[in-house]
Design a protein around this ligand. Structure first.
Ligand SMILES: NC(=O)c1ccc[n+]([C@@H]2O[C@H](COP(=O)([O-])OP(=O)(O)OC[C@H]3O[C@@H](n4cnc5c(N)ncnc54)[C@H](OP(=O)(O)O)[C@@H]3O)[C@@H](O)[C@H]2O)c1
Length: 288
């Protein structure tokens, strides 16, 4: 039987890498893509260690030529695309006043327009085949705002709206859209780099002290997170395999509990309890 073809963006690390390996292990024909092939070492060593085969292509989600060339290669080699996993994304932290316009635009170019452009490139092939799956990794940050994450959260909120709308347009063609919403994970990127806006790290920032506290708080949440990249990869596998995939797959027990609570507790109470607690923890040692 022919293997189902899956394209995944952003597979040089984290969730994308883990998903590429897991799907290859579980019988998909995987096209793992990354914007910079010189960053392939980690993926190559996992491929060797776990003894799987996958195809690697260059794809920068912010460059249309690179998207078209990768999609054309997949079609020429495999004849079709069963699924796209929109995983590539940029994180950015900092109080909004410390985020420069070009930093915010770069996040939107990657997370929002990049995802839209890769989706645009695969849709005609799926439509002609009258089947396909489009999975987009958003975040719990696409469902709730968070302190020092205004730009990142708004990019993920935008993706939620995109996917909720797209699903209504493409379901009649047999194309399923799913949103994967991971909670905060322990990730290498997080541990080595807080993805901070340049000005957020300057002692001249009016928010400098609070940002330092916010980083400690986020580190604590990430370090104690019970959720891993593998959990997300497994959710992606479930969405790809389900006969009737759901629109949303939230990954992470804490996040699921929090959003279950939101169904029963009035929004204003959650805002008071959760948002005010973050503000209190970050500002308690210094007044403005
Ligand atoms: N980690 C978390 O706590 C968490 C939680 C919820 C959701 N998510 C989402 O999960 C996805 C994967 O994140 P991760 O945690 O695995 O982080 P990660 O390890 O930083 O992976 C992000 C991937 O996206 C790639 N990328 C960035 N810009 C790109 C571009 N223009 N074109 C193509 N690829 C690009 C990166 O490539 P380079 O190596 O070249 O930079 C990297 O491969 C993201 O969408 C993120 O927002 C993460």
């Amino acid at each position: 039987m022919d293997k189902k073809v899956v394209i995944i963006t952003g597979t040089s690390s984290g969730i994308g890498l883990e998903t590429a390996i897991l799907l290859a292990e579980r019988g998909f024909r995987v096209y793992a893509t990354m914007r910079d092939l010189s960053r392939r070492d980690k993926l190559d060593s996992e491929v060797a260690r776990r003894n799987v085969h996958l195809n690697l292509l260059q794809l920068d989600v912010t460059e249309r030529r690179s998207i078209c060339s990768a999609v054309e290669t997949v079609i020429a080699e495999s004849g079709g695309i069963y699924a796209l996993v929109n995983n590539a994304g940029l994180y950015l932290r900092g109080y909004f006043e410390d985020i420069a316009e070009e930093e915010a635009r770069q996040v939107f170019e990657t997370n929002v327009f990049g995802t839209m452009e890769v989706t645009r490139a695969v849709l005609p092939h799926m439509r002609r085949a009258r089947k396909g799956r489009i999975l987009t990794v958003t975040s719990v940050a696409g469902r709730s705002g968070a302190l020092t994450a205004s730009v990142y959260c708004s990019s993920k909120f935008a993706l939620e709206g995109f996917c909720e709308s797209l699903t209504q347009e493409v379901t009649p063609w047999g194309i399923h859209v799913s949103i994967i919403e991971p909670a905060i994970l322990k990730s290498d990127r997080w541990a080595t780099d807080h993805c901070s806006a340049r000005k957020a790290l300057s002692a001249k920032s009016a928010y400098y002290t609070w940002y330092g506290e916010a980083k400690k708080l986020m580190d604590m949440v990430a370090r104690s997170s019970p959720t891993s990249s593998l959990d997300v990869a497994k959710a992606i596998y479930r969405a790809l395999n389900a006969r009737r995939p759901r629109l949303r797959y939230m990954v992470g027990s804490r996040a699921k509990l929090m959003f279950a609570l939101r169904r029963y507790v009035p929004g204003s109470l959650i805002e008071r309890a959760y948002f005010n607690e973050s503000i209190r923890r970050v500002t308690r040692s210094s007044d403005p």
